[in-house]
Design a protein around this ligand. Structure first.
Ligand SMILES: [Zn+2]
Length: 146
């Protein structure tokens, strides 16, 4: 059998595929948290890494899946930031935000190096906006310009 240089790539794709399936199996924000109109997730990776990873920001509307897992930005790391509990806290309270820091618990496997713990830190901030309970009929979309 010849060596398979594509193996790393397929592992990465497999991770993405696993993610997509997990997300597709999650209920929508609308059914999980009926009064939530918007969720904003902001991830700021701590600058221990060089070069630093770009901050990530996600805005989620009621039709989106209530899925709050984010893969580590290192392509060779199998870690996942699990923000479901924090998001649930933000969504459980009216107009509130939750923030904190997490460390990646994944393992990186780079060429020529042994598998080593990743530990990349992320500072997260999750804010949820809630609509008035009685407005939950109709389209669910506020067409009012700001
Ligand atoms: Zn990682």
């Amino acid at each position: 059998m010849p060596p398979q240089p594509r193996q790393k790539l397929s592992a990465f794709r497999e991770r993405k595929e696993r993610f997509r399936k997990a997300r597709d199996g999650t209920q929508t924000l609308r059914s999980a948290f009926p009064d939530a109109t918007l969720v904003n997730v902001h991830l700021l990776f701590l600058p221990e890494s060089a070069p630093p990873h770009a901050a990530q920001s996600f805005v989620m509307y009621p039709a989106a899946r209530a899925f709050f897992q984010y893969p580590c930005p290192y392509g060779d790391c199998d870690g996942v930031y699990e923000l479901g509990a924090a998001a649930t806290q933000a969504l459980a309270r009216e107009n509130s935000g939750v923030s904190g820091t997490l460390e990646c618990s994944g393992v990186r496997s780079r060429d020529g190096l042994q598998r080593q713990p990743c530990g990349l830190g992320v500072r997260y901030a999750i804010t949820a906006r809630h609509g008035p309970q009685h407005a939950s009929s109709g389209t669910g979309v506020a067409a009012k310009p700001l």
